[in-house]
Design a protein around this ligand. Structure first.
Ligand code: NAD
Length: 357
């Protein structure tokens, strides 16, 4: 279906060479079935840093150059969230397969349109929901499917930091460019891995609230350090730095609490899967503990092997799914239900009520 010579590495053009663009470059360099052939960013220094990782590639500041290059089979979209939809759609129409970073887009409607154009053009569109490629996540998926935890009736998701608003005043905190704050940036990863492990439960309703209280006045926000910084005091912060809520599904009841920043000095990054025969706590980006019982005792069990690199795994599968036309576990259709939950969360927060599916 996605004809290329299966023995040739898939040629990829990077669009966006910022933080994640550098990760894309390094990960593609480690995956034997694909290679970077061009790199694009409006910041020349960003392109230069990527070329230090991947060597001699075509460098440009204009993404349309990448789309017009017949030597490029696929592109990555590692741009601010508001550019995901337009650049992805243009790339698909230019005949490129696309690996687009999470979140799919800033709105559910844009995400649906991206999926439609992928179908219409017959090109692959994969989303950077990288946890689907983590060994721990896949091991938990197997354990849950096998029934080791019994009925999983409750999921608790925590993604909280103390003072960690990224790039204050940059696109991260500008709703018109990001689509939202901690929920669309961090929450999307946690929700996605839960939905993946549970085989996408049907959502019945979402009730949530986002708060943007600590940095509306940029200069009064106190922090210890700032990733994606430094602050740009000429910018805006009109997104939520704190989010909480519940999701009713036809499976487990899901509750979540997330904070880029809040007034408790505690960091939490985990997901609990609570079943009637056992439970699992997954440390985000790390290992997990299984809690269970035998006739004689309660036990706790931890895998000892470290996970393989999930970013490399996602690019291996991206290239395989292009060359061999095999399904990809991060195909856009599989990720759309998570984008729907995000949009229901923001609708619920704005309307101050539960949103029914
Ligand atoms: N999967 C993950 O683990 C992960 C991690 C970080 C970021 N992300 C996602 O990746 C995307 C980018 O995030 P980031 O942290 O790399 O941001 P970033 O600001 O570091 O990088 C974005 C880059 O896009 C460039 N850019 C902006 N407009 C452009 C245009 N029109 N043409 C070409 N280049 C342009 C900027 O100059 C910048 O270098 C976001 O959607 C984010 O959610 C995913």
């Amino acid at each position: 279906m996605y004809s290329t010579n299966m023995n040739d590495p898939v040629s990829i053009g990077l669009i966006g060479c910022g933080t994640i663009g550098r990760v894309h470059a390094a990960s593609i360099a480690k995956a034997a079935n694909c290679r970077v052939v061009s790199a694009c960013d409006i910041e020349p220094s960003a392109v230069a840093r990527v070329s230090e990782i991947v060597g001699d590639v075509v460098m440009t500041s204009e993404y349309r150059d990448v789309l017009a290059d017949p030597g490029v089979t696929a592109v990555t979209v590692g741009l601010p969230n508001n550019l995901h939809a337009s650049v992805t759609i243009e790339a698909l129409r230019a005949g490129k397969h696309v690996f687009c970073e999470k979140p799919i887009a800033t709105t559910f409607d844009d995400a649906v349109e991206m999926a439609r154009v992928a179908k219409e053009t017959g090109k692959r569109l994969v989303i950077g929901v990288v946890n689907r490629f983590a060994d721990s996540v896949n091991q938990i998926k197997t354990i849950v499917a096998r029934g080791d935890l019994g009925e999983v009736y409750q999921i608790n998701i925590k993604f909280k930091a103390y003072r960690s608003i990224p790039g204050l005043g940059s696109w991260f905190t500008d709703k018109s460019r990001s689509g939202g704050g901690v929920m669309i940036d961090w929450g999307v990863h946690y929700l996605d891995l839960v939905f993946y492990i549970l085989d996408t439960p049907t959502v019945r309703s979402v009730s949530g609230k986002g708060f943007g209280r600590l940095a509306r006045d940029l200069s009064s926000y106190k922090f210890l350090d700032m990733w994606a910084g430094p602050p740009d005091f000429s910018g805006v912060c009109d997104v939520e730095e704190y989010a909480s809520g519940v999701i009713r599904t036809d499976g487990p009841f899901i509750n979540f609490e997330g904070a880029w920043a809040h007034n408790i000095n505690e960091r939490a990054a985990y997901v609990d899967f609570i079943g009637d025969k056992g439970g699992i706590r997954l440390q985000y980006g790390g290992g997990f503990t299984v809690y269970g019982q035998t006739e004689d005792f309660l036990y706790e069990m931890k895998p000892v092997k470290k996970d393989s690199d999930f970013y490399v795994n996602e690019f291996r599968e991206f290239a395989d799914s292009i060359a061999g036309g095999k399904p990809n576990r991060a195909d856009i259709e599989r990720v759309l239900p998570v984008q729907k939950v995000l949009s229901m969360f923001y609708e619920s927060s704005d309307a101050d009520r539960e949103i029914l599916a």
